[in-house]
Design a protein around this ligand. Structure first.
Ligand SMILES: Cc1cc2nc3c(=O)[nH]c(=O)nc-3n(C[C@H](O)[C@H](O)[C@H](O)COP(=O)(O)OP(=O)(O)OC[C@H]3O[C@@H](n4cnc5c(N)ncnc54)[C@H](O)[C@@H]3O)c2cc1C
Length: 462
């Protein structure tokens, strides 16, 4: 009998797991169950399809159905929800959402890639027509239709993290004024320190984003069942829609019901092979908690990059292979109003909270030598662990070059290099492409000096 692998969730994790399971075991039966009616598409592209930078929502779809079914012999069941897992006889119940018909399937290996759901705020008016989240194609279709119907001039965005910030830019591109509320004092608080985030905020303000920092949403005001305004920190603003872009939650109900262990952060706990506490059950992507190689704890990174690597391991192992997912540095990047913003590692505030006490430097250099036309400023903030000198954080902002340099820093942090080791790595140079001393190297050298100084002061005071 061929091995039967059932995968729940047809997002990027489910699809990646399915393709890698197929590459590992050519004979297995693979069933991919997804509750959405479309096959995997890029959620990361949603803001760009909304703004029109990407031509259509359809363009975000990864593969057509025949690529699953004919090329890879994957039994794709869209519009189907897994409702119950029984790990001891190894069965899973699937409901067809159109017909309502239930089916019980046996499995040899099961992979949970149920993803995450956007959070909402239970303020008065949260159920009014015109309140949206941004997670699915359907969300974007509904939002775009609503804005067109009401001829929206202003939209409130609650939360100034990655998704909220991308949507603010998308609204500006569509000629709609974004009013953005963020409960903490600066934007992008999960990836950037306030001194770095302010560079992005000032650029966004120049493009017309209206921020209300340190401010929470009190209520959504409606008329005849539809949004006409919001009250933020006591002040009323006229808007025709509200986008809730607050923290997402992992979808763990199915796992919980099956008695599968969750971690302290609430996501599904797996080992390095992406195996859960239940026999032959694996998990990957936004529904699991990820080992953070820098802070050495389990966290929610909820990044597509993390998801695909975890899913590759889950798919290979579920199909009889043996590979490991080593954890992540959480390196992330975003482009906002012409600025590349890239970061990894805990912010200074989080590091302090974790008792790491980082030593940091901030340097602004150029992406080319002074005489060569076209160079751009790149601001780099690097942080080191005060005790072992490890590189634990990098935040980079500039019109070009931030993302690839963040990947370079991510490699160093992944390998556990000290800042001194990082500074000693030679980078390439050519006048049209990169300077002799890269801004990241200059920042690393400055950080080495700061660490040496801090150590000297400390040893003198002993
Ligand atoms: C607007 C936006 C922009 C983003 N930009 C970036 C970016 O630039 N870079 C980056 O790295 N990451 C980005 N992300 C995050 C990235 O999209 C996610 O990390 C990634 O989609 C996670 O994939 P997943 O397959 O684990 O989960 P999901 O994409 O959430 O997919 C899970 C799927 O499982 C289905 N499902 C859940 N429960 C069941 C069930 N019981 N039965 C059947 N199906 C079920 C869900 O309906 C869903 O289709 C962005 C996310 C958003 C929303």
């Amino acid at each position: 009998m061929p091995r039967r692998i059932v995968i729940v969730g047809c997002g990027v994790s489910g699809t990646t797991a399915a393709f890698h399971a197929r590459k590992t075991d050519r004979t297995s039966e693979i069933i991919l169950v997804g509750e959405e009616s479309v096959a995997e598409y890029s959620r990361c592209g949603l803001p760009y399809a909304f703004s029109g930078v990407v031509e259509s929502l359809k363009a975000l779809v990864g593969y057509d159905q025949s690529f699953y079914e004919s090329t890879n012999r994957i039994d794709l069941r869209l519009g189907s929800r897994a409702t119950k897992i029984d790990p001891s006889p190894r069965t899973i119940e699937i409901q067809d959402l159109v017909s309502g018909r239930n089916q019980t399937l046996g499995y040899d290996s099961l992979i949970l890639t149920t993803g995450a759901s956007p959070g909402t705020l239970s303020v008065p008016g949260a159920n009014l027509q015109g309140v949206f989240t941004v997670r699915t194609m359907n969300d974007i279709e509904r939002l775009a239709n609503h804005l067109e119907t009401v001829r929206a001039k202003s939209v409130a965005i609650i939360g100034a993290g990655l998704t909220g910030s991308e949507m603010a830019e998308a609204l500006v591109n569509k000629g709609i004024h974004p009013i953005q509320a963020e409960i903490v004092p600066e934007i992008l608080p999960v990836i950037l320190d306030p001194d770095m985030a302010s560079i992005v905020r000032e650029r966004a303000e120049k493009h017309g984003v209206e921020y209300h920092l340190n401010s929470s949403l009190d209520e959504i005001i409606g008329k005849e069942g539809r949004v006409i305004g919001v009250r933020i920190a006591g002040e009323k603003y006229d808007v025709e829609a509200v986008i809730m872009a607050v923290r997402v939650r992992p979808n763990t109900e199915l796992a919980k019901q099956a008695g599968i262990q969750l971690g302290e952060s609430g996501g599904i706990r797996t080992d390095e092979r992406m195996k859960t506490s239940a026999r032959n059950v694996y998990a990957a992507g936004d529904c699991v908690e990820t080992y953070d190689r820098i802070t050495k704890r389990y966290v929610f990174f909820q990044l597509a990059t993390t998801a695909v690597r975890q899913a590759m391991a889950a798919g290979i192992n579920a199909a009889g292979g043996d590979t490991r997912y080593p954890g992540s540095t959480g390196v992330a990047t975003v482009k906002l109003f012409g600025l590349e913003v890239a970061a990894l590692g805990p912010t200074t505030a989080l590091a302090e909270k974790l008792g790491i006490h980082p030593v940091s430097v901030r340097v602004t250099g150029s992406t080319r030598l002074h005489y060569y036309p076209g160079g751009n400023d790149l601001t780099v903030k690097l942080s080191a662990h005060s005790e072992d000198g490890r590189l634990i954080g990098a935040q980079l902002i500039g019109e070009e070059g931030a993302t690839l340099r963040a990947n370079f820093a991510s490699m160093a942090a992944h390998l556990g290099l000290t800042v001194e080791e990082f500074a000693s790595i030679e980078t390439c140079y050519s006048p049209p492409l990169a300077p002799v001393w890269d801004p990241v190297t200059i920042a690393a050298q400055a950080l080495v000096r700061k660490l040496q100084l801090a150590n000297r002061v400390e040893s003198r005071s002993k």
